[in-house]
Design a protein around this ligand. Structure first.
Ligand code: HSE
Length: 430
């Protein structure tokens, strides 16, 4: 089989993931066996070709001209690993519009501009694959969009950010400070270029938007996802949560109710025996639920160069097989229609509240009355005395967000409540 028939690959980016992808793509025999045709890296474009790299790329292959990759006739598959919106968006639209297929790990781009990219792929008949955009090395997009296509999935609950899961795990189990845990996550190559994207939930929100789009087959954008990060979680929250039988995780949750999508990323108390409570360090896990199929859990390494590269190369080979067989690309979502998004105020879950109250007779009764006046029911209440001031820890039954906001206003107005230390949603039952 001559190189004339080879599938040409162009790589945009050669960072943590890109270098591992390049390394995996050197195993020519294995690739040719899997794809049915040789798969050859023809060009790699990076911003600074002179920088030292983890892999050595021949001088004739490495360059800095991304535009050349998306326009060159010798490239069939453009692999985008540069991240961010521009120039990635322009490059990929250009590649797709000229009929080149695309493999990307770019969650931010898909969550913001997926509609445009899917539409361009559909109209050109090009393939657009993005397994590595969510869950690193865990297969999610193909199982959800292909194997589970008949399962009418109704809910997704996931740990989708390795950096924050690493931080929360080390804080909970080893008492590390937030800063030390974040520094270690960065050292290990999990964190985004700007770690605020991890810590504030942007990364998980983008990934949830992609999963919800694929699972519910309607466009959910990153901006449709309600988002809170982990920075207000304190060591004391972990202690109280544990006493009540809970861990704390940054969860990404999407549900569909009669065509209306609920999508949110926020810290949550999770029962200690829940499958997601047991997911440590940078691991990710996704629990999907459908009426006919029940619950399915996917878990594994959700971040890091080598695991994520396996997902990228799996996509390259899937696209190469389609190209070798002359199969035209089709969008997973189709043209799509506007998606109704449920406002966070209407979302109903139990809540954990930790309050600092004055330690004297009748205080609990006043706190309980304020909560009851908003029709919120208390499931459990614990007091920790600390001299003058006591800590009151409450868990409510299911309550709408709007009621919990009014409860907080009422509590702040009570002279006996000195502070509301934290309010955290509870998932996976009280
Ligand atoms: N920063 C991301 C994470 C990398 O920590 O999960 C993988 O997308």
């Amino acid at each position: 089989m001559g190189d004339r028939q080879a599938i040409g690959v162009g790589l945009l980016g050669l960072g943590t993931v890109g270098a591992e992808v390049y390394r995996l793509l050197q195993d020519g025999d294995a690739l040719a066996r899997a794809a049915g045709r040789p798969v050859v890296v023809k060009r790699v474009a990076v911003a600074r070709p002179d920088r030292p790299r983890q892999v050595s790329v021949p001088a004739g292959v490495l360059g800095s001209n991304g535009l050349e990759i998306v326009t060159s006739p010798e490239i069939d598959i453009v692999v985008e690993l540069i991240g961010g919106i521009e120039p990635a968006r322009s490059y990929l639209l250009r590649a797709l519009s000229s009929g080149k297929s695309v493999v990307t790990a770019n969650k931010a781009l898909l969550a913001a501009h997926g509609v445009e990219l899917f539409a361009q792929a559909e109209s050109s008949g090009a393939h657009l694959y993005f397994e590595a955009s969510v869950g690193g090395g865990i297969p999610l997009i193909k199982p959800i969009s292909e194997s589970l296509v008949a399962a009418r999935l109704q809910a997704i609950t996931g740990i989708l950010n390795g950096t924050t899961n690493f931080i929360l795990t080390r804080m909970a189990h080893e008492g590390w400070s937030f800063e030390d845990a974040l520094a270690e996550a960065r050292r290990r190559g999990f964190a985004e270029a700007d770690p605020a994207d991890d810590v504030d939930g942007h990364d998980a929100a983008a990934k949830l938007a992609i999963l919800a789009t694929v699972a519910f087959r309607r466009h959910v954008r990153g901006v449709d996802v309600y988002r809170e990060g982990i920075s207000r979680i304190t060591p004391r929250d972990f202690i109280y949560a544990k006493e009540l039988g809970f861990g704390i995780k940054l969860l990404a949750i999407a549900r569909i109710h009669d065509g209306e999508v609920e999508a949110r990323v926020h810290p949550a108390l999770v029962p200690l025996d829940h499958p997601l409570a047991l997911v440590p360090d940078e691991f990710n896990a996704v629990l999907v639920e459908g009426a006919d199929v029940g619950r399915i859990v996917f878990s594994g390494r959700g971040a890091g160069g080598a695991p994520t590269a396996t997902a990228v190369v799996g996509d390259i080979l899937a696209v190469a097989r389609h190209l070798a067989a002359g199969v035209r690309g089709r969008s997973l979502i189709g043209a799509g229609t506007g998606t109704r998004v449920r406002p966070i105020e209407d979302v109903v879950v139990p809540y954990f509240l930790s309050l600092q109250v004055i330690d004297r007779p009748g205080v609990f009764a006043r706190v309980a009355a304020a909560i009851g006046e908003e029709q919120v029911s208390i499931a459990s209440i614990v007091q920790k005395s600390r001299g003058e001031v006591a800590e009151a820890i409450l868990v409510t039954h299911d309550a709408p967000e709007r009621a919990i906001r009014r409860v907080q206003d009422r509590l702040r107005a009570l002279g006996v409540v000195k502070a509301i230390s934290n309010v955290i949603r509870v998932e996976g039952s009280v």
